[in-house]
Design a protein around this ligand. Structure first.
Ligand code: HEM
Ligand code: NAG
Ligand code: NAG
Length: 453
């Protein structure tokens, strides 16, 4: 069993599988699909574009559930968006998508909110005067402000101590998640719960973060105007007041708001941190992006989403950052809704499906130079081209709910920053692509210089 894993040189094994390895029995192995049995839990791991498409799209309905992960069970509790199932999931997801879309088209569009935040972020970077700094929490704050403004109706200043604390809790939690004690808890919750360790910190952090969301909801209830909606929470409270909406209850509201905050912050922020790192490491690519910005937008006008169609190179670079950054290497786990058969394998109900996105985004059959940072992967004759094997947001009916928002944020933040700054390694420093694998695969903390152009 273990020798199989050694043989396949997997540098990247999801830690939640790693912990099971000593116990696990590799029951079947046939090319791109194999299964693991560990105590009462069974996993099926799927590699490669054809099989992942089959599992998530063709047989999407069979793998629509989420497994319960002990570490997250208390907080995500089968409510809301990320860990809900069945009709409840469908209803909450549909409502959230419609509400987000309404805010996108409302009088103050999402695009304007992102543009405003771009101005705050570029100002904050300019304050560093080209000196080395770690951009992590400014980027986190900026990105989080977009989802906060949609969900809670306000943004937070970058020097707001309470909000910075919240962001730090979120960051710490994401990092601790794959820690050994946390994963031992996932394997043996009833025993490990009595031990000290990172899982206890995670529980404490989740509670504090949820408290923050609950407080926001109480404030909204106090000054709710039934005929006007300022944000997601208002819309949800109005839905709760309707006689029909029985699943629209406060517990689900807390869960949805929290899921949006959580899913909408770390992912996009991590991607932007990879983007700046790649720019500093590949100055000739950075210079080409800046040349395109200067030609299409110029040095003063703020970038808009409409510019994206005219900026093939920049768009290709952002896609390549997401491909190579590969921030959710094994996707978010799914679970079989019923007994089914996948590529000839019997998959019993309740089996956890791990779709290895890494195997698609680094497949040498799909990419000319899978291990190099090469924007050419997304270009043909100078024009942007889509690639089927690009799937950082996953695919199928349960793919990322925030994809459109995330893509808007990535384009606007990235072009706004490169319009105003050139990113460079600090003097006498060599940047590298070392990563931390927590809930996301993120760059190690780094310092960078944002030199005004
Ligand atoms: C670069 C940024 C992002 C990446 C790479 C990303 C990636 C993903 C992935 C891989 C999944 C799992 C999909 C599946 O199971 O098939 C997911 C789910 C989800 N994402 Fe994102 N995401 C990003 C940004 C966002 C943003 C900005 C939001 C906020 C609206 C968001 C909200 C969600 C939610 C609510 C889910 C759960 C969907 C469900 O279970 O139905 N994501 N995301
Ligand atoms: C972008 O392209 C469209 C059509 O392809 C054109 O009408 C528009 O002027 C272009 N905008 C810029 C800023 O180049
Ligand atoms: C995931 O895919 C990568 C790239 O193909 C591979 O090296 C790794 O072994 C795979 N991991 C698992 C658990 O299948």
């Amino acid at each position: 069993m273990c020798s199989f894993f050694r043989k396949c040189h997997c540098k990247l094994i999801p830690i939640y599988l790693f912990i099971y390895l000593p116990l696990a029995q590799l029951t079947e192995k046939l090319g791109d699909i194999f299964s693991l049995q560990a105590g009462t839990r069974s996993f099926v791991i799927v590699n490669g574009l054809p099989l992942i498409k089959e599992a998530l799209v063709t047989q999407g309905e069979d793998f629509m559930d989420r497994p319960e992960i002990p570490l997250d069970a208390d907080i995500f509790s089968k409510l809301g968006l990320i860990s809900s199932r069945g009709p409840l999931w469908k209803q909450q997801r549909r409502f959230t998508l419609t509400t987000l879309r309404n805010f996108g088209l409302g009088k103050r569009s999402l695009e304007e909110r992102i543009q405003e935040e771009c101005r705050f972020l570029t100002d904050a970077f300019r304050d560093e005067q080209g000196n080395p700094f770690n951009p992590h929490f400014k980027i986190n704050n900026a990105v989080s402000n977009i989802i906060c403004s949609v969900t809670f109706g306000n943004r937070f200043e970058y020097h707001d101590v309470d909000f910075q604390n919240l962001l730090r809790l979120m960051d710490e939690t994401v990092t601790l998640h794959e820690n050994i004690m946390s994963q031992l808890y996932n394997a043996f919750p009833s025993v490990i719960k009595y031990f000290p360790g990172s899982h206890q910190t995670i529980f404490k952090n989740w509670r504090l973060m949820k408290g923050f969301v609950k407080e926001k909801i109480s404030k909204h209830k106090e000054d709710l105007n039934p005929s006007e909606s300022r944000d997601f929470i208002d819309s949800y409270l109005q839905e709760m007041a309707k006689p029909s909406g029985s699943d629209f209850c406060e517990d689900n509201l807390v869960a949805c708001a929290f899921d949006l905050l959580f899913a909408g912050t770390e992912t996009t922020s991590t991607t932007i941190r990879w983007a700046l790192l790649y720019m500093a490491m590949y100055p000739e690519i950075q210079a080409r992006v800046q040349a395109e910005i200067d030609a299409v937008i110029g040095q003063t006008r703020q970038p808009t989403l409409a510019d994206r169609d005219n900026m093939s190179y920049t768009n290709a670079v952002i896609h390549e950052v997401q491909r190579k950054g590969n921030i959710i290497p094994f996707n978010v786990p799914r679970q079989a809704v019923k007994d089914t058969v996948l590529a000839g394998f019997r998959v019993p109900k309740g089996t956890i499906l791990i779709s290895n996105l890494t195997s698609v985004m680094f497949d040498k059959k799909e990419w000319e130079t899978p291990h190099s940072f090469n924007p050419g992967h997304f270009l043909k004759d100078g024009q942007f081209r889509k690639r089927e094997a690009f799937m950082p947001f996953s695919i199928g009916k349960r793919a990322c709910l925030g994809e459109l928002l995330a893509r808007a944020e990535l384009f606007l933040f990235f072009t706004a920053l490169l319009q105003k700054f050139t990113f460079q390694a600090p003097p006498d420093t060599i940047l590298d692509l070392k990563f931390i694998l927590g809930m996301t695969l993120a760059p190690r903390p780094y310092k960078i210089c944002a030199v005004p152009r």
